[in-house]
Ligand binder design. Structure first.
Ligand SMILES: C[S@@+](CC[C@H](N)C(=O)[O-])C[C@H]1O[C@@H](n2cnc3c(N)ncnc32)[C@H](O)[C@@H]1O
Length: 243
């Protein structure tokens, strides 16, 4: 186990840690290996961390990792936010699961969320479903970052209580929900790499659908291609050329 003062964390989880509030009591939902909790406490970012995990093996793994941080960390096995009582934490972090599952966990944890100042969410996929849940449930997106690790990019969303619809103004709401209101208006190189990868995939899909005579499927893929190209070509950021 790592010493008390030195601990490494992946680039991906480092972005989550960097978005937590200093001195907060944090919940890490779906903690698995417990590395985020260990890092948050040892770096002095979190005052304390409660890890939750649905499954037995990950809960034991997390317990084994953070046991030496007695009093500052705790592992509770259970579903989502169910093991947390309202008022016990200030920040909720969830990383490494789909945006749909995250939305479901948040939806079932409303009494806990009512007393939380911030959520930090890093979905593996279905980011749009998560943005939609936040917008519909009075959680205002206040920032987004792209984490990048081993050639894969991860949207990381930060939200606080407020007008959830506020970041989605204008007539481009669909694009903002899909690509992120902060990420798409201030695109980074990592963002560019993520969406150029999706473009390549969608062009293959569109061509395959057209070859198969699936005009509707090809049109859906073409619509998504046009949306992505529109964002990537803003501010002189040309999309990658078609292969
Ligand atoms: C892929 S791991 C992610 C671990 C860590 N958060 C990370 O990002 O590296 C997902 C973890 O979420 C847990 N999990 C899945 N559904 C859950 C739920 N409803 N409530 C709590 N934990 C859950 C799984 O058991 C697993 O340990």
């Amino acid at each position: 186990m790592a010493g008390e003062s030195v601990v490494a964390i992946s680039a991906r989880l480092g972005v989550v840690a960097g978005l937590c509030l200093r001195g907060a009591r944090v919940a890490d939902v779906g903690a698995d290996h417990g590395r985020l909790a260990e890092y948050l406490v040892l770096q002095g970012i979190a005052r304390s961390v409660i890890c939750t995990d649905l499954n037995d093996a990950p809960a034991r793994k997390a317990r084994a990792r953070v046991a030496y941080l007695d009093g500052r960390t705790e592992v509770r096995q259970g579903d989502g936010l169910a093991p947390i009582r309202p008022g016990e934490v200030d920040v909720v972090c969830i990383a490494g699961m789909s945006g749909r599952l995250m939305a479901d966990i948040l939806d079932r944890g409303l009494p806990v969320l009512a007393e939380v100042a911030r959520v930090v969410l890093q979905p593996l996929c279905h980011e749009r479903a998560l943005r939609e849940w936040l917008a519909a449930n009075s959680w205002r997106l206040i920032g987004e970052e792209t984490a990048e690790e081993r050639g894969r990019q991860y949207d990381t969303l930060v939200a606080a209580h407020g007008d959830g619809r506020a970041p989605y103004t204008g007539n481009d709401v669909d694009t903002l929900l899909e690509m992120g209101p902060f990420l798409s208006t201030r695109p980074t190189d990592a963002f560019q790499r993520k969406w150029n990868g999706k473009l390549r995939h969608l062009r293959e899909v569109a061509a395959g659908r057209a070859r198969a005579g699936d005009g509707v499927g090809a049109a859906v893929a073409d619509g998504r291609i046009a949306m992505i190209e529109g964002v990537l070509s803003r501010e002189g950021r040309a999309p990658a050329p078609q292969a």
